[in-house]
Design a protein around this ligand. Structure first.
Ligand code: DLL
Length: 432
């Protein structure tokens, strides 16, 4: 096995001992140097001496997005401005963003985390990696950039936009790996087709490092079938640093580097851990961050956790696909619906294109859910007279899988909005 750092295969008992040592240190540091954390810990009735085992992390108070927003711009910073070498900001759509600062060490360990993930997915110095995440305050572009440079790949910092130029670069610079949102990669595939470029035949592209938005195994299959490339999932949030954990070439969950992080997966209602492999909210403690410490941050993302050693030999815990957000879950007539379920259902149908949109409205007291679906251009052209049958088939399938009435509207290929960054799939028109 090729790995970046021998710590990736550290025996589990040693890894846990290291985590405990770092957790104790972190709590001591925060209690001593951060008035805000000290106050929060006092309110929770916990002192550094109370942290004797890894499970004692559960005695520490949670941090929420709101806590971070209230800290705007730098109340949660532990490092002085002099020690900070970079800022990023969360992509908050409402209100103030969360500003995240990084010391030199923070940037190093973030890059280390990305480098380990890239190597585990099979990226190395022979690769040319095009970064199509936005560069700027968004952490995706520079996060991937630093990790890829660290492993010695040649980086093409293309950022987002100008899709035709992106395709020229992929072809002309012999790009082998692309890092982008899954929806943007599919868009690149569509534009390439229109330009008469076959990603599979005319380029060297073989691997996608895809994340920053929910996607599914069906979408992975599609990317493989249509573009001929392997795709791995990558996850992170700006509050934690940015993109951090990635699937290895086994594609069986994302490796969370335990020497830097402690993860919990909890029942969002009770705050208690769910059994291994069951769905719950991801809660993260960053063990070594200097400028912007994070303790028990409730990400709002729904996933699963396993501590089994991976087939690749890495011993660190893994999280499964992000299956939705605690707060993105739409409740339609009392039934919980995640956009990822809709995507999964649609993408299994060979005639369905890559784009869909969910529109939820309230008629009188009743919620209605409409799924607008693009067909693949071939299917749309050939089967125009059968659209009703396709529509009924999809509505039926969605109803069976979601347990809620859904109507389907077939729309022309290319008519739904395309996204260079994160896709927005749900339009909720209900007034609360
Ligand atoms: O999206 C960081 C990132 C950049 C991750 C590039 C991966 C690649 P934020 O803008 O703060 O940071 O958004 C974080 O995006 O809480 C999830 O809801 C969602 N998200 C990120 N990665 C995935 C993924 C970046 N692989 C929020 N699958 C998170 C599903 C994801 N959702």
């Amino acid at each position: 096995m090729v790995y970046w750092n021998p710590i990736e295969v550290m025996p589990i008992p040693e890894l846990k001992a290291l985590q405990l040592k770092r957790l104790k240190m972190l709590v001591y540091k925060l209690y001593t140097f951060s008035p805000l954390y000290r106050q929060r810990m006092r309110e929770a009735g916990v002192t550094p001496e109370d942290v004797q085992g890894l499970d004692d992390v559960r005695r520490l108070p949670f941090m929420t997005k709101r806590d971070l927003r209230d800290g705007y711009p730098d109340k949660l910073f532990l490092a002085s401005p002099r020690e900070v070498v970079r800022y990023h900001a969360s992509s908050g759509t409402t209100g103030k963003p969360t500003i995240v600062g990084y010391t030199r060490n923070d940037i190093d360990s973030w890059s280390e985390s990305v480098a380990r993930g890239l190597v585990s997915a099979g990226v190395g110095p022979d690769d040319v990696l095009q970064v199509c995440y936005t560069y700027g305050l968004f952490s995706g572009g520079l996060g991937l950039h630093y990790g890829a440079e660290k492993v010695g790949a040649a980086v093409v910092p293309a950022s987002t936009g100008n899709t035709e130029r992106q395709i020229d670069l992929i072809r002309d610079l012999n790009v082998t790996v692309i890092a982008s949102t899954p929806s943007y990669l599919l868009h690149i595939g569509e534009v390439a087709e229109r330009m008469g470029v076959s990603i599979e035949r005319d380029t060297q592209l073989r691997l996608g490092i895809l994340g920053a938005e929910p996607w599914s195994d069906r979408m992975r299959d599609r990317i493989h079938e249509r573009l001929g490339i392997k795709a791995v999932d990558i996850y992170g949030t700006s509050e934690l640093s940015g993109p951090l954990w990635c699937e290895c070439s086994e594609q069986k969950g994302m490796h969370v580097w335990g020497d830097m992080t402690l993860v919990e997966v909890l029942d969002p209602a009770t705050g208690e851990p769910v059994p291994p492999g069951e769905k719950g909210e991801l809660v993260v403690t960053m063990l070594e961050k200097e400028a912007f410490p994070i303790v028990r941050y409730r990400t709002g993302d729904v996933t699963t956790l396993t501590e089994e050693v991976c087939a690749c030999g890495r011993t660190h815990p893994r999280i499964g696909r992000i299956q939705g957000r605690v707060d993105d879950m739409i409740v339609v007539r009392g039934i919980n619906v995640f956009p990822s379920q809709v995507e999964h259902c649609l993408m299994t149908d060979p005639e369905v294109g890559n784009e869909f949109q969910i529109v939820v409205e309230r008629r009188g007291a009743l919620d209605t859910m409409l799924v607008k679906v693009e067909l693949r251009p071939e299917a749309f052209g050939d089967r125009l007279f059968e659209l009703d049958a396709i529509k009924d088939r999809l509505a039926h399938r969605l109803r069976d899988s979601l347990n809620v009435g859904v109507s389907v509207e077939i729309v022309e290929p290319g008519s739904l909005p395309r996204f260079e960054g994160k896709a927005k799939r749900v339009i909720d028109k209900r007034v609360y």
